[in-house]
Design a protein around this ligand. Structure first.
Ligand SMILES: [Zn+2]
Length: 236
């Protein structure tokens, strides 16, 4: 079982770093009625997330679970957290069928992506317990102090979540920061549509948020847009 470490991001947001073979974070976001959980790590990681939430001052019940994309390292613990807390599971409508089990392989753009997605479905995704999305979110929706932005590319319905009061953007897998260089998913083929991913990154860099927080690797605090533009320039 992974050990969770809380990493403060801003006034309302803490990352739950779930260390395993990969750097994977979930996020606890304080709101009026308790906590929202953004993503839920790999299957079985609900225990570490619940322990992290319980270590925070009350009210610390997780009331909402917002899933940014359907990958196993984002949704694995969601049904377990929901069973324990009664939290509502939310996602974009475009991502919902993939969260609920549909394979991304058939719709992936390019042969490499199709193969990578098929292998992922066989070896990783099938370990995820059944996960039911209770309600869907769309661009511009507000939930628990977070504003929903569509950032497709890594997956068709991926969302980012802006905390306008804290000036922080939770970017999900719109970029990774695992090798000291902010960029696309380092696992070949795991980006569903690279052109869409690039457009989403251009959008993220132009929104005015200085603090950009990926789900994998350290946050870009203060210089987020510059780092993203540097990557886009180097990627051509
Ligand atoms: Zn991920």
């Amino acid at each position: 079982m992974p050990v969770a470490r809380l990493r403060p991001i801003s006034r309302h947001i803490a990352a739950v770093d779930l260390h395993d073979r990969f750097q994977v974070a979930a996020f606890l976001v304080r709101h009026e009625g308790g906590l929202a959980l953004v993503d839920a790590g790999f299957p079985g990681w609900q225990y570490a997330i619940l322990t992290a939430a319980e270590s925070l001052p009350q009210p610390n019940r997780i009331t909402h679970i917002i899933l940014t994309n359907a990958d196993a390292d984002h949704i694995g613990g969601a049904s377990g957290v929901a069973a324990h807390t009664g939290a509502t599971i939310l996602s974009s409508s475009a991502e919902r069928p993939f969260i609920e089990g549909q394979s991304l392989a058939s719709s992936a753009r390019g042969i490499l992506s199709r193969i990578a997605r098929q292998l992922n479905q066989w070896f990783v995704r099938r370990r995820v317990p059944p996960t039911h999305v209770s309600a869907t979110l769309e661009e511009g929706d507000q939930v628990c102090g977070l504003r929903v932005l569509a950032v497709p590319g890594h997956s068709p319905g991926q969302i980012a979540l802006a905390h306008d009061e804290d000036g922080v953007l939770l970017c999900a897998d719109a970029f990774f920061n695992v090798d000291g260089r902010a960029g696309h998913d380092p696992v070949p083929g795991m980006t569903w549509d690279r052109a869409a991913a690039r457009r989403s990154l251009e959008r993220i860099a132009s929104l005015g948020f200085r603090d950009l927080v990926p789900s994998h690797g350290p946050a870009l605090l203060g210089d987020g847009p510059d780092r993203i533009r540097r990557f886009l320039d180097s990627a051509g």
